[in-house]
Write a protein that binds this ligand. Structure first.
Ligand SMILES: [Mg+2]
Length: 213
């Protein structure tokens, strides 16, 4: 038995399959923002984005540091994607979440508005008690260590009481370092440095059963 209290889920590419195409749609909006709002040439926008992603983990942090953008304007702009065309209700996931007794919440580098739209489109919003979003992290997104410290502070939780599910191993490593139980979702990933690997998110209830909670 563990003392698992919180089942914490990343949102994008974790609660729905990567091939749904939501992230490429958001990526296209980010590019459009850099070209239209900041007036950058297409090629310049592409190369800066790669530079910022490599250096800061997100394009947004690079734009905040070097272009002094308004983060709220940026976040609203880039999340304007046609979710209803890309996502469908997920009844298997809905059933799997029902089997998890721990408190369930979302921990996302996106906004709570985007998270609510995704959860609503998947038909699983009723399971989640709260959304910890990019603003709650003071715009310091996963995998920055400050994001996890903020999460634990908001939940008043000890790391071993937390299970974290994410499609990015890079986002799980800092959590495991702290002592959280980590689950990588999606195939084709290197699985080093995580506790469990599942191929699709509906398998999460099996992991929780194996933990004996
Ligand atoms: Mg993700």
């Amino acid at each position: 038995m563990t003392d698992l209290q919180f089942a914490i889920f990343d949102l994008d590419d974790t609660l729905y399959p990567r091939d749904a195409g939501v992230m490429p749609a958001i990526g296209a909006r980010i590019h459009q923002y850099m070209v239209e709002r900041l007036g950058l040439e297409e090629e310049r926008a592409r190369s800066l984005r790669q530079t910022y992603l490599a250096r800061y983990g997100t394009t947004m942090r690079g734009l905040l540091v070097h272009h002094h953008i308004d983060p709220e304007d940026y976040l609203q702009y880039v999340h304007l994607v046609p979710l209803a065309d890309l996502l469908r209700p997920a009844p298997r996931l809905d059933a799997a979440l029902s089997e998890i007794k721990a408190e369930k919440l979302i921990f996302t580098n996106a906004t709570r508005e985007h998270a609510r739209r995704v959860l609503h489109t998947l038909g699983i919003e009723r399971h989640f008690t709260r959304i910890v979003d990019i603003r709650d992290m003071d715009y310091r997104s996963k995998p920055h260590p400050a994001a996890y410290a903020k999460l634990l502070e908001l939940l008043r939780a000890r790391p071993p009481a937390c299970l974290l599910v994410d499609d990015s191993a890079r986002n799980l490593w800092p959590a495991r370092e702290l002592g959280m139980i980590t689950v990588l979702v999606g195939d084709g990933h290197p699985a080093e440095g995580v506790d469990f690997v599942i191929e699709e998110i509906a398998e999460i209830s099996e992991v929780v059963k194996r933990l004996g909670v």
